[in-house]
Design a protein around this ligand. Structure first.
Ligand code: PEP
Ligand code: MG
Length: 588
C-alpha cells in the first residue's frame, strides 16, 4: 500500500482499478532542414493544418454530449485553437522559417511553438497562481503544436473510448481537450502527474463533476495499469493497493458520501434557516457563465460576487461596451430574477497581468508586485475610460434583471466618491443616448479586503450601499502572507485573531450604518467558520457553488445561541492555532 498526494480538483471518493493511459512518443524532430523544396514542406504544413482543423471540428461535435458547464469551457478553448491554426503568429512564422531557413514543417512548428510558449509561459519568482495562468497560455501553444506534429508525423493520438467502464484514468499529462473526451458515466475518476488546480483541465473536470486529483507526484511511476486505487478528490489523496482496513474505511466513506449527495438534492429547495427561524442568505461566487447550472442546482439565492476579470479572454482585444453587455446580460438573464452582483475589474494580484502590462505597469518579472499598489479600483480610477465602459455595460444589463455593482480593493472614501461620480456619469450618458435604465440605479457596494477598509469601515459605509468582506485578500494583506502560499498553509489562514477582529469591526460598522454586509471570501465556504460569522452578526454569505449544500446543511441544524457561544470562544482565542482549534472542534 502506498499513499500519493496531489492537488484536489474535484471532490468525490472512488474505489476502482486504474487505467494508465500513455501517449505514443513523437519521433525526435530537432533542427531538421528539409531535403525537399520549401513548397512541398509548406504543402505538408497546410495538410496538417487542415487535418487538425477537421479534428477540432469533430471534437466540437462531441461537446454536445457534455454538461453545459463543460461545453462552454472547452468551446472557448477550441476557439483559441482554431484561431491559432488561422493567420496566427505561430503559423505565419512557421511558414516564413520553412521558406527562409528551409526547415522541415515539423521543425518549424516545434521551434516556433516553443518560442511562443516560452514567451507566454511562467517566469521565475512569480506567484503560483500567476504561474498557472502563464503555464495555461504556454500549454495552448504546445497543445496546438502537438496536434500539428502528430498529424505531420502520422503518430496517432491516444483514445479514451476503449477504457474499461468504471476505471480511474491516470495519465502523465491531461490536456483540456482530453478532458472533453472523458465520459463521466464511464470514467470514475481522473488523475494526472501534471496540471494545476486552476488550469483549464481542472475547470473542465470540475464542470464534468468527475472526482479528480492533478499534479500527483510520482503518479506514473508508482501506479501500474490495473492497480486498485482509492481516490479522495476532496483531499487530493490516492491510496495505491490499499490494505483491507483502509479499503473498508474508504467504502464506508463512499457510502456516507452517497447518502450526503441524496440529502443535497433534498436540501436545495429548503431555506437556509437557523433552528430559531432566522433566515441566512446564501449566494454564489462566479467566475464563468458555465458555473450557473451548478449554482442553480445547489440552490444559490443569487450571485454575491461575479469576478468580471475572468469573463474575458486576456489574449483577445478588450471587449467594448456592447460586447461586455452581451456577457453580463446573459448571466443576469440566466439568474431568472435572482440578484447578480457584478464586481468591476479587479486586475492586479495574480489577475489580469497581461492587461496590467499593456497599461504600462511593471510586470512581476520586472520587480513590480502586482498585489501592491496599482490594483483593483485604484487602477480603474487611473483609467476612467475602462471603468466608464464597464459601468455602462453593467447599467445596460441592469434592465435584464436585478444587478448590484461591487468595487474591488477599496481603501478610502474618496475612491468610492469618485467611482460613484463615474457611475452616475455613465448613467447620464446612456440616458442622453436614449438608453432605458431603471429609475433607481443599481446599488453600488464595496469590497472590504484591505485592513485600511476594515479599519475605516465606519466612514466607508457612509458612501457605500453595501459591503462585501473579501477574506482572501483581507487575510493576505493583514498577515503579510501571499494567498498563493503553499509551503506552510497554516501561515495563510483567515482564522487568525487579527483577521477576525477586522471582520468584527467591519460588521459592526455595517450594522450601525444600516448597510447590508456579506462575506464572499473562501472563509464563507467553511461551514464552521460560517457558524462563527453568524455569531458575529453576519446573515449573508457568498461562496463557490459547490460549498453551498454543506454550509446550508449546517445552518439548518444551528441555533443563534450556539453561534454566539462559538463567537465568544473564538474571540478569546489569542493565537491562530487556538482559534483554528476552537472553530474546527465546534460541534465535536
Ligand atoms: C477576496 O479577496 O476575498 C475576494 C473575494 O476577492 P478575490 O478572491 O477575487 O480576490
Ligand atoms: Mg480580493
Amino acid at each position: 500500500m502506498r499513499r500519493l498526494h496531489g492537488r484536489s480538483v474535484s471532490a468525490g471518493i472512488v474505489i476502482a482499478n486504474v487505467a494508465l493511459v500513455q501517449e505514443r512518443p513523437l519521433p525526435t524532430i530537432g533542427n531538421a532542414c528539409s531535403a525537399d523544396t520549401p513548397e512541398s514542406e509548406l504543402a505538408r504544413l497546410d495538410n496538417a493544418i487542415t487535418q487538425t482543423q477537421r479534428q477540432i471540428t469533430k471534437l466540437r461535435t462531441k461537446l454536445e454530449a457534455l454538461p453545459e458547464e463543460g461545453r462552454e469551457e472547452i468551446g472557448a478553448l477550441l476557439d483559441v485553437y482554431e484561431r491559432m491554426l488561422g493567420h496566427s503568429r505561430l503559423i505565419r512564422t512557421a511558414r516564413a522559417r520553412i521558406a527562409k531557413d528551409r526547415l522541415t514543417a515539423e521543425a518549424a512548428v516545434q521551434q516556433e511553438s516553443e518560442t511562443l510558449a516560452a514567451l507566454a509561459g511562467p517566469k521565475p519568482n512569480t506567484p503560483e497562481e500567476e504561474r498557472e495562468a502563464a503555464a495555461r497560455r504556454a500549454g495552448e501553444f504546445r497543445e496546438i503544436a502537438r496536434r500539428l506534429l502528430r498529424n505531420l508525423t502520422g503518430v496517432s493520438f491516444r483514445a479514451f473510448s476503449n477504457l474499461p467502464v468504471g476505471c480511474i484514468l491516470a495519465a502523465e499529462q491531461l490536456r483540456p481537450a482530453d478532458a472533453a473526451l472523458i465520459d463521466p458515466t464511464r470514467i470514475a475518476a481522473v488523475l494526472s502527474e501534471g496540471g494545476g488546480a486552476t488550469d483549464h483541465t481542472a475547470i473542465m473536470l470540475r464542470a464534468l463533476n468527475v472526482p479528480a486529483v492533478l499534479a500527483v507526484t510520482d503518479l506514473t511511476s508508482a501506479v501500474q495499469d490495473g492497480d486498485l486505487l482509492i481516490v479522495d478528490g476532496a483531499r487530493g489523496e490516492i491510496v495505491v493497493n490499499p490494505d483491507p482496513a483502509t479499503l473498508a474505511e474508504a467504502q464506508a466513506a463512499m457510502a456516507a458520501e452517497a447518502q450526503e449527495r441524496k440529502g443535497i438534492s433534498r436540501l436545495r429547495r429548503l431555506p437556509a434557516r437557523l433552528t430559531g427561524g432566522e433566515d441566512i442568505e446564501l449566494l454564489a461566487n462566479v467566475e464563468l457563465p458555465a458555473e450557473l447550472p451548478l449554482l442553480r442546482r445547489n440552490g444559490a439565492q443569487g450571485i454575491g460576487l461575479l469576478r468580471s476579470e475572468f469573463l474575458f479572454d486576456e489574449d483577445r482585444e478588450w471587449p467594448d461596451e456592447m460586447a461586455q453587455y452581451a456577457v453580463y446580460a446573459g448571466i443576469v438573464r440566466g439568474m431568472d430574477g435572482l440578484p447578480t452582483t457584478i464586481r468591476v475589474l479587479d486586475w492586479g494580484g495574480e489577475k489580469g497581468l497581461e492587461r496590467l502590462r499593456m497599461l504600462g505597469y511593471a510586470a512581476a518579472e520586472d520587480g513590480g508586485n502586482p498585489a501592491l499598489g496599482m490594483r483593483g479600483l485604484r487602477l480603474l480610477l487611473h483609467h476612467p475610460e475602462i471603468l466608464l465602459t464597464q459601468f455602462s455595460a453593467i447599467l445596460r444589463a441592469s434592465m435584464d434583471g436585478p444587478v448590484r455593482v461591487l468595487l474591488p480593493m477599496v481603501t478610502a472614501t474618496n475612491e468610492i466618491v469618485t467611482a460613484r461620480e463615474l457611475f452616475e456619469k455613465a448613467a447620464r450618458r446612456l440616458r442622453r443616448k436614449g438608453v432605458k435604465l431603471p429609475s433607481r440605479l443599481p446599488p453600488l457596494g464595496i469590497m472590504v479586503e484591505t485592513p485600511a477598509a476594515a479599519m475605516t469601515a465606519d466612514a466607508l459605509v457612509q458612501h457605500a450601499d453595501f459591503l462585501a468582506i473579501g477574506t482572501n485578500d483581507l487575510t493576505m494583506y493583514t498577515l503579510a502572507v501571499d494567498r498563493a502560499m503553499t509551503m506552510d498553509s497554516d501561515l495563510y489562514s483567515p482564522l487568525h485573531p487579527a483577521v477576525l477582529r477586522l471582520i468584527a469591526t467591519t460588521v459592526n460598522a455595517a450594522l450601525r450604518g444600516h448597510r447590508p454586509v456579506c462575506v464572499c471570501g473562501e472563509l464563507a465556504a467553511d461551514p464552521h467558520a460560517v457558524a462563527l460569522l453568524i455569531g458575529m452578526g453576519l446573515r449573508s454569505f457568498s461562496m463557490t457553488a459547490s460549498a453551498l449544500p454543506p454550509v446550508k446543511k449546517l445552518i439548518r441544524a444551528l441555533s443563534l445561541e450556539e453561534c454566539d457561544t462559538l463567537r465568544r470562544q473564538a474571540m478569546l482565542a489569542d493565537d491562530p492555532p487556538n482559534l483554528r482549534a476552537v472553530v474546527r472542534n465546534f460541534r465535536g
